[in-house]
Design a protein around this ligand. Structure first.
Ligand SMILES: *Cc1c(COP(=O)(O)O)cnc(C)c1O
Length: 359
């Protein structure tokens, strides 16, 4: 078996134990005589898979009883439209924090439905920091406040949230399940699965039930959270196989000791990589120390001319998908839950060797 260390930003690494279980169950899922892909979503086997995944996720995140968990399609990108369509109600404006590439996409889409008040922006630092809480210009009339908890491209992560009267909405696509959170602080959380949950094609939404049922009347049924909630995410055919794999990932996370345990591993992984960057005069981080993401770690080399050689050597060492996003340059290592600590150790020693040879 030739598995590489995969630092992809998404779709991203999955736990090898999960892939092995999926492989073992591929032809015959627990005596059903068929794979999960071939099953009716109404079958007792699949309904049990769906219910277990839902309750395991609720347990991992300690989701309060008055929240609904939805398993949808359309990616996090469709949530950029579903959130305003469902949560504006009779309000005409919403607050958005602008911390990078993903927030701006959410802002642009919301602008089709309402007045967007950008509460603060870190554009001046090329999104290398999070605007301090006390600079956010909140609007008392906002229907909700939207934030991106972790900017996957820029590599900044929110560590504090304001107390607001309106519902707080968070795009957690790239840091959900990486550490414990207090779900009760949020009105709605959404995440595309392909970073820290499972395969692409699935989007998880966790929403306070009070917020359901207020979609504007022209909202297509498929974009109405209430329709999906009433149908237990099966108002049409859900992404069954992705839901099953997500369920295996939730069980794997529970076996690791849950979010407290994985958060410690994630903190250690990130500290090793940032430590390697900070103690060298060769590598640099474009992100302010306090706002650095534990999941997506961009770093640059002293000369972009070296990038190609760095990537080629990394690939040869089994370290793959390290090329940074073009808007940031350099490298980006995504350290999601399924990326083992050994991957970070291998990356750090490759970086040290490359610096010795080229620095
Ligand atoms: C990947 C990502 C998205 C987009 O997800 P899709 O599933 O491709 O729509 C949105 N927000 C964040 C923070 C992301 O990391």
């Amino acid at each position: 078996m030739a598995r590489v260390f995969n630092f992809s930003a998404g779709p991203a690494a999955l736990p090898v134990e999960v892939l092995q279980q999926a492989q073992a169950e591929m032809l015959d899922y627990q005596g059903a005589g068929m794979s999960v892909m071939e099953m009716s979503h109404r079958s007792k086997e699949f309904v049990a898979i769906a219910e277990a995944a839902t309750s395991d996720l609720a347990q991992l995140l300690d989701v309060p009883d008055d929240y609904q968990i939805l398993f949808l399609q359309g990616g996090a990108t469709l949530q950029f439209s579903m959130v305003p369509l469902n949560l504006l109600g009779d309000r005409t404006s919403a607050d958005y924090l602008h911390t990078g590439a993903w927030s701006i996409k959410a802002i642009k889409e919301a602008g089709k439905f309402c007045d967007v008040n950008v509460v603060a922006s870190s554009e001046s630092s090329n999104f290398g920091h999070v605007p301090p809480l006390d600079t956010w210009q909140l609007n008392a009339q906002a229907a909700y406040l939207h934030v991106c908890s972790n900017e996957t491209i820029g590599g900044v992560q929110l560590n504090a949230l304001p107390d607001v009267a309106c519902p707080l909405v968070a795009d957690m696509s790239s840091d959900i399940l990486s550490r414990p959170i207090d779900v009760s602080r949020y009105g709605l959380i959404y995440a595309g699965a392909q970073k820290n949950i499972g395969p692409a094609g699935l989007t998880v939404v966790i929403v306070q039930r009070d917020l359901l049922g207020n979609a504007r009347s022209s909202t297509p049924g498929m974009l109405d959270y209430a329709v999906h909630a009433n149908g237990d995410s099966m108002s049409n055919t859900p992404p069954t196989y992705a839901w099953y794999l997500a369920g295996l990932v939730f069980k794997w996370l529970k076996a690791q000791g849950g979010l407290d345990a994985i958060a410690q591993v994630n903190a250690r992984k990130a500290a090793k990589l940032y430590g390697a960057v900070d103690q060298s005069n060769f590598y640099a981080s474009p992100v302010a120390t306090a706002d650095r993401s534990q999941m997506n770690v961009p770093f640059t080399l002293p000369d972009p001319e070296l990038d190609g050689e760095f990537l080629k050597g990394a690939e040869a060492a089994g370290l793959t998908n390290l090329k940074g996003h073009r808007s940031v340059g350099g490298m980006r290592a995504s350290l999601y839950n399924a990326v083992p600590e050994a991957a970070v150790d291998a990356l750090v020693s490759y970086m040290a060797q490359f610096e010795k040879d080229r620095g």
